[in-house]
Each structure stands twice: as structure tokens, then as C-alpha cells.
Design a protein around this ligand. Structure first.
Ligand code: ARG
Length: 300
């Protein structure tokens, strides 16, 4: 990253955030209703702290308008896949979230208007892909790690390769608690992969082991995964998380990563955490690697 380059994120204020339906095992609308007022205040405060922490770490945060009736709009990671100024607008599996699509489209258009992004691309009608939640850029290998199963279709990988011109590696998600790849898988600056093994199918794990050297694999416990320790925002060697076990923190420190913690307990009740609440809009590929012979699956 050049010295004057600021990481840039899209976020959506949580004015209308709540758990009003259940599309993943963490969401309990009744439990939320019992403490709705307190939780609304908590989410407001937690979201603000996350935003200021990112700003303290040198990031620019662009905001989009919240919308009544779209409580999960705060999870902007799901808005699109972004690389090199192109944003591929998401399509959601569940109707509850499909109504977010026009809001995200408008937000991306506004970012194009302000020269943060260059263009917006769209998925074919029959393909679901829930944005950066299921499509994680790997800056070291210059490829996308993609999650499929609970939310995104396997066939989305071909569209990603076509749209961005980079290889993909698809990971099948087999545990409903880890419904987006970003809940079970994190890519660190030097290409280390932090992941929860049991969330991935055995053939996907095999693919991961083939592609990632054992020294670059950081396997986390079920407890770490369930407390969303994998849902990390990465700014160089700094990670932003809603909590972190001392064991994982030590492991990360040994590899030169520092962890900043900011509580996101109210968002955890919706199955989301730090990475989910942000969409990185300034990611760019290293064109020097374009011509190299990176292995890519072609049969997805
Ligand atoms: N309640 C939201 C859902 O189930 C949470 C989304 C979290 N986002 C993410 N990228 N994991 O869709």
C-alpha cells in the first residue's frame, strides 16, 4: 500500500437494524424483541465505535442511507464484490434480503459518481452471490476464495472469473452456522488463511490443503469460530475483531499481526460481525501477477 493510500470502506448506519426474521441459526427475533430498545441503543454505539476505530486506523468510511424494513442493510459486505474499481452487485438467496439490492445498487452508483468506483456489473438472473461475504480477495495469490452452499451458488465462480479476470477457489460450506465464507474463513496480508475446518466440506478442505502451505494455515477452534473471530477486517497487519481469544491473539502476534477489539455483540445476534459490517471498496489487484500460471478451478 502506498504511503498516501487510505483503505476505504462502505458502511450503513444501523438506524433500522434489528433481528426481525431468522435466516441463519444465530437470529432469534423473539429474543431480540424482548430487549429491542436496549439492543437498538447498543447497536448504535457499537457501530459508531467500529467506524471510529477504522478511521483511527487510517481508513476512509463512505456512508450509505439506511432504509426502513431492511434491517440487514448494515451488513454492507454483502452488497457487492469489488476489485479494481468494478463492483459486481449481489443477489440474495432470501426474499428478506432481496429488497436490499436496489439500496445497494444506489449506494454503488453514488460511489461511482464520486469516483470511488468505476463501474457496476450485474449477475445473470439465475445466480445468487451474496457479495464479499462469499467472495474474499486474496492479495497474495491474486485470486478470490468463494463460499457456496447456504447462500451463494457454485456457478457464481464463473461469473467472478469473467467479470474480474482472476482465478477462483470455491469452498463448500456445510455447517448452517457458517452460512457465509467470511464467518469461517479469513485471508491475512501475507497469504495466511485463518479458518474453521468443520465448516468446510472434505473436498474443499483438501483443495485448501493443496493450495496453502501448512505454515500459512491457522486453524481455529469451534469456540473461536462461534464467537466470530474469523470475521476480521484486515488493514495491512492490523486486524479488527469483535473479540479474540488469548490463544488466537498470541498466534497472530507471533506472525506479526496486531488485533484491535471493538464489541459488536448486538450484530453478533444477527450472525454478523466486523467484516460483515464493511465493504472494502479500494481493493486492487497486482497486475504483475496477471500473466503468472496461478492454478484455477475451471469446473465450477
Ligand atoms: N443477518 C444477516 C444474514 O443472515 C447477517 C449477514 C452477515 N454478513 C456476512 N457477510 N456474513 O444475512
Amino acid at each position: 500500500m502506498a504511503a498516501d493510500h487510505h483503505p476505504r470502506f462502505l458502511m450503513c448506519p444501523p438506524n433500522h437494524f434489528a433481528v426481525t426474521y431468522s435466516i441463519n441459526p444465530w437470529m432469534d427475533p423473539e429474543g431480540w424483541r424482548e430487549r429491542a430498545d436496549t439492543l437498538a441503543q447498543t447497536s448504535e454505539a457499537e457501530w459508531r465505535s467500529l467506524k471510529s476505530l477504522l478511521e483511527q486506523l487510517g481508513a476512509i468510511v463512505d456512508l450509505m442511507d439506511p432504509a426502513a424494513g431492511a434491517p440487514d442493510l448494515v451488513f454492507t459486505a454483502n452488497a457487492a464484490v469489488v476489485l479494481d474499481g468494478t463492483a459486481l452487485l449481489a443477489r440474495f438467496r432470501y426474499l428478506e434480503r432481496r429488497l436490499e439490492e436496489p439500496h445497494f445498487a444506489a449506494a454503488l452508483k453514488a460511489l461511482i459518481g464520486r469516483n470511488v468506483l468505476k463501474r457496476c456489473a450485474f449477475l445473470p438472473a439465475d445466480i445468487v452471490l451474496e457479495g464479499a461475504g462469499d467472495c474474499i480477495w486474496d492479495p497474495e495469490r491474486n485470486l478470490f476464495w468463494m463460499g457456496f452452499g447456504p447462500r451463494s451458488s457454485k456457478h457464481a465462480a464463473a461469473i467472478i472469473r469473467e467479470t474480474f479476470g482472476f482465478p477462483t477457489l470455491s469452498m463448500e460450506l456445510i455447517d448452517s452456522r457458517f452460512y457465509h465464507l467470511d464467518t469461517a474463513f479469513s485471508v491475512l496480508a501475507e497469504g495466511e488463511i485463518m479458518y474453521f475446518k468443520e465448516a468446510l466440506s472434505s473436498s474443499s478442505l483438501h483443495k485448501l490443503y493443496e493450495r496453502v502451505d501448512i505454515r500459512d494455515r491457522i486453524e481455529v477452534s469451534e469456540e473461536d469460530a462461534c464467537t466470530m473471530h474469523l470475521n476480521a477486517i484486515r488493514i495491512g497487519r492490523k486486524l479488527v475483531l469483535s473479540s479474540c481469544s488469548s490463544r488466537l491473539r498470541r498466534q497472530l502476534a507471533d506472525r506479526g499481526y496486531s488485533v484491535s477489539i471493538t464489541s459488536l455483540s448486538s450484530f453478533n445476534l444477527s450472525g454478523g460481525s466486523a467484516y460483515c459490517l464493511t465493504l472494502r471498496t479500494d481493493l486492487s489487484s497486482d497486475s504483475r501477477l496477471l500473466a503468472s500460471n496461478i492454478y484455477s478451478e475451471s469446473d465450477t
